[in-house]
Design a protein around this ligand. Sequence first.
Ligand code: DGL
Length: 278
Amino acid sequence: MSVIPTILVFDSGLGGLTVLREVVRARQDANYVYVADDAFFPYGQHSEDAIIGRVVPLIGELIDRHAPDLVVIACNTASTLVLAHLRAAYRVPFVGTVPAIKPACARSVSKQVSVLGTRGTVQREYTKALIRDFAKDCAVTLVGSAHLASLAEASLGGDPVADELIRAEIAPCFIAASEAGPRTDTVVLACTHYPLLRQRLIALAPWPVEWIDPAPAIARRVANLLNGVAGCAPQASAAMIMTSGRQPPPARILLPFFGERLVAPHSNQRLPQAGLHC
Ligand code: DGL
C-alpha cells in the first residue's frame, strides 16, 4: 500500500458526501477521490440489472484511473446489489454501505424499528436477509422513498424544500402504539443522502426517534482496513468527479465534507469511456 493511501468514495450523487465526511475525520492523511455518478442518478429508480451493468464496469475504470488503496461504495442502493460482483472482479478492498438493521434493533427499546431507504434498497433480498438474521424480536417496517434522495440534493444545493414534501416521505416510518405493540423509536437511514436532511428529519418527525446513520461505523471499518496511523498530511489531495461532466457543487458546500480541504479544480473531468451515458 502507498504511504499516503488513496480512498475512492462512490455514490450515485451527493449522498456519499455524508460518508466521506466521517472517513476524512478518521483518515485525514489520505488522498480522496469522490465520484458522483450523477449521469445515472437516482439509482433507486433503476432495475437491479441496470445498476449492476452500470456500476461494475464504471468502478473498474475508476480503479484503473485512480489506483485507489480502498473503495467505499457509499450507496445502499448499489451496495446491497454489487458488492459481491465488485469483490469477484477487482482485488482492491471494498467497504459497502448497507442498512444498519443490526445496531438499530439492538438499540431499540420499543422493538418497533423502521428502515427508510430507496425503493430499490428496501426491495433487495440483501435487506430482507439482514432482517431475517438480525432483527431478532423487533418488528421492522420497510419504507421505500421515491423522492427523498432528490429532495436532499436540492436542499444541499440551497433550493427550498417544503416541509410537506419531507413529511410525506417519512410518515410511513412512524408506527403508532397499538394493541400490537409500542410506537416506533428507531429509524435506520438506509440511504446516504438522508443524513443531509438530518435536522429537517428531526424537526418534522411526529415524535422523537433515534435516527441511525451508519457513516461513523463505515469510517471505523475503513480505518481498520487501512491500518497505519491517521496523521496530518498537508500534501494529501482531494478531487471530485461528476460522471455527467457537470461542475461539482461550489467549494463552500464541499469544504465541510472534505475536512475543509480544497477540492482539485480538475475534478469535474468527464469520464471518457463510451457506453456509460456520461
Ligand atoms: N445514496 C444512495 C443510497 O444510499 C441512493 C440515492 C439514489 O436513489 O441514487 O442508497
